[in-house]
Design a protein around this ligand. Structure first.
Ligand code: AP5
Length: 212
């Protein structure tokens, strides 16, 4: 099973990818998480990516394509994987098609998480993420039991640097101009499915299960 989760920032791709990962036992490949790990590790790639991510811009195609190429060749990807936040531009989608042609794999579905921009701003500005285990919370819809402390592992929960209002607005602009064209790309290939991402997380999960 190879799925692409497509949709604007904050539409719940990461939340649902983690749920599918634990239910189906196939890995979530999030280019955002990979880049944040490189930042934490202080690598050259991480340093270059950080300034772009903090402004809400995309990291160059060749960088993320390289990350995905390497990652999909690891043994845990054999039974399938969920692509979360990749591809994000037409050149990335074309590079993925070429990679799959070489490796004899096919995309089963590209699922579009549909939601209005105004709701997305509220979701992202209230998101809090655990620095240790990556669990996600929301100050209103899913608060931690103890303020600032992860319910799962007890580490600190923080706001992502790119979840500041001005950066969120820029990320939404970038989504509409550079990523939204992928909707037509996958529709033309007969791979696109749409879900209403403004439902509760459990209802979104149920919609995804119907597609599986
Ligand atoms: P990335 O980390 O991929 O961020 P994103 O796509 O902007 O998506 P988010 O993680 O912000 O949102 P999400 O849809 O996963 O929602 P979530 O589940 O977290 O990318 C960050 C940056 O890295 C990019 O800006 C770019 O610079 C770079 N980058 C990454 N990939 C790249 C690529 N391929 N090419 C170039 N550059 C790349 O949920 C959000 C919040 O809502 C949480 O608080 C959650 O608890 C809550 N929530 C989730 N679902 C629901 C629900 N159903 N109801 C209520 N609340 C909900």
């Amino acid at each position: 099973m190879i799925w692409i989760l497509l949709g604007p920032p904050g539409s719940g791709k990461g939340t649902q990818a983690k749920r599918i990962q634990s239910e189906k036992g196939i890995p979530q490949l999030s280019t955002g998480d990979m880049l944040r790990s490189a930042i934490q590790a202080g690598t050259e790639l991480g340093r270059k990516a950080k300034s772009l991510m903090d402004q809400g811009s995309l990291v160059p195609d060749e960088v993320v394509v390289g990350l995905i190429k390497e990652r999909t060749l690891l043994p845990d990807c054999k039974p399938g994987f969920i692509l979360d936040g990749f591809p994000r531009t037409i050149p990335q989608a074309e590079a993925l098609d070429r990679l799959f042609q070489e490796t004899g794999r096919t995309i089963d579905r590209a699922v579009l998480f549909q939601m209005d921009d105004s709701e997305l701003v509220a979701r992202l500005s209230g998101r809090r993420t655990c620095v240790k285990c990556g669990s996600m919370f929301h100050i209103y819809s899913q608060p931690t039991q103890k303020e600032g402390i992860c319910d799962k592992c007890g580490a600190q929960v923080v706001q992502r640097d790119d979840d500041q209002i001005e950066v969120i607005q820029k990320r939404l602009k970038v989504y509409h101009s550079q990523t939204e064209p992928l909707v037509g790309y996958y529709e033309a290939k007969g791979k696109l499915a749409r879900i209403n991402a403004s439902q509760t997380p459990s209802k979104v999960e149920a919609s995804l299960k119907q597609l599986i």
